[in-house]
Design a protein around this ligand. Structure first.
Ligand SMILES: Cc1ncc(COP(=O)(O)O)c(C=O)c1O
Length: 418
């Protein structure tokens, strides 16, 4: 990289538009030119209705807009409003609350939670373990905070969780550093839609327990990124694993990055929490103190009106039922869209990595950029990633989800990539 002029060398950045936003911008130009029907815009990581409009939950926005101005305008407590902190734990675990010393600290979305986990639970220069298919921001958050990233392949040959690869990487890192933080983005992983099954969780837990016992001077931090949880499984199915992730040796700490962005259509309101399920009260208090301090040192308080809205929804049965009904309604739409894409892809032999639930489906290929460029010429906008293409059923109608696989396969054939 070139030499910095005024910023310090490690803060010198390339600049330019994020590639996803760039493609999204091109899709919008085409929509203006040719009309929404002619364009498949699967670049957006937010839930859109069939007309391409952002979905917003009425229960959320009626509540927010009915708040007295002072409850929107005022500062929130540094750790988050106390009643919000209680309710966000409910929103995270619902009926699957694990045993343990649970504490929450409000953060601006799941991003803030990931940041606090990285900075408070790894040393400067440490390497953090993530999956090969991953949300690109993990790398940015790590890099911006002078941490490194190592990856292991998410899938084994059967297309399920690659436990052997996970074990190998955890053990390798523990040989190099005193502590290891692993990020598991599940259920409904971004960008693949993979969900770690309860049986796989059982094996992860046994491995972590044995490793922590064998290496009592090490620290193992399990960061579970739940950004898409409310669009996975039926009822509380996707939360069952949570009851299991506790009762491990005292040198293991499970942390949850909870986000209101997708679950409550609060993307821009920047609301979430980092939650610990600590084995002792001391570890829980230490967690709360360190993450509250980090709030002060980074963004101070969170968004008061967003916290008040969640608190109200979780304090009023009727409102809660309305919010849950809206979540379920859109979850069902998302599932129908994804099912249409998967069915069509299977029919024509378009290869996908295992998809279970959620906003995104990934298609492995060797020339993602070339295929994405070619698809753009056909008014189909799909995000190229390092290991393939990301299609977003969250943003595209069922009819377009059914149409897209053939277009993608055709483009892959033209590029010679299938
Ligand atoms: C995997 C993953 N984790 C966390 C987040 C955090 O989102 P937010 O900070 O808006 O809550 C996102 C958002 O796109 C995500 O895709």
């Amino acid at each position: 990289m070139k030499k910095a002029e005024m910023v310090i060398q490690t803060s010198l950045r390339k600049g330019g538009t994020d590639p996803i936003f760039k493609i999204a911008g091109q899709a919008n130009i085409q929509i203006k030119k040719c009309g929404p029907e002619a364009v498949i815009n699967s670049t957006i990581g937010a839930l859109m209705d069939d007309n391409g409009e952002l979905v917003t939950f009425k229960a959320v926005y009626d509540t927010l807009k009915a708040l007295p101005n002072a409850l929107i305008a005022n500062y929130a407590g540094l750790a988050g409003q106390p009643d919000y902190l209680e309710k966000v734990v409910e929103a995270c675990f619902r009926d699957c609350k694990p045993e343990g010393h649970i504490r929450a600290v409000a953060t601006p979305g799941g991003t803030g939670a990931v940041r606090h986990a990285f900075c408070n639970y790894t040393e400067l220069g440490d390497t953090i373990l993530i999956t090969d298919w991953h949300w690109a921001a993990y790398e940015t958050i790590a890099d911006d905070n002078h941490r490194k990233i190592a990856t292991f392949p998410l899938y084994n040959e059967a297309g399920t969780f690659n436990l052997a690869g996970y074990k190998k990487s955890v053990l390798e890192l523990l040989e190099k550093q005193k502590r290891v933080l692993t990020v598991l983005n599940t259920p409904a992983h971004n960008p693949t839609g993979y969900t770690i099954s309860d049986d796989e969780w059982k094996e992860i837990k046994s491995f972590i327990t044995e490793t922590a016992q064998a290496q009592p001077n090490s620290k193992i931090i399990l960061l579970i990124d739940l950004a898409y949880i409310d669009f996975a499984g039926e009822g509380d199915d996707a939360r069952q694993f949570m009851k299991m992730i506790t009762g491990m040796p005292h040198n293991v700490l499970p942390l949850y990055a909870f986000s209101c962005s997708k679950s409550y259509t609060m993307y821009g309101l920047r609301n979430g929490a980092i939650i610990c399920v600590a084995p002792t009260e001391e570890i829980a208090t230490e967690f709360a103190n360190s993450c509250t301090y980090s709030n002060r040192g980074n963004w101070s308080n969170g968004t008061r009106g967003a916290m008040e809205t969640i608190t109200k929804i979780y304090s009023n049965e009727e409102l809660f039922n309305q919010a849950m009904a809206e979540q379920s309604f859109y979850k069902a739409i998302l599932r129908k869209r994804a099912a249409a894409f998967v069915e069509e892809a299977d029919k024509i032999g378009l290869k996908m990595v295992t998809y279970r639930d959620g906003f995104f489906i990934s298609l492995p290929c060797d020339h993602p950029k070339e295929i994405s460029d070619l698809l753009m010429e056909k008014n189909t906008f799909v995000v190229p990633l390092g290991k393939g293409l990301r299609f977003a059923p969250c943003a595209v109608s069922e009819e377009k989800c059914r149409r897209a696989p053939q277009l993608i396969l055709q483009a892959m054939k033209e590029v010679g990539d299938c």
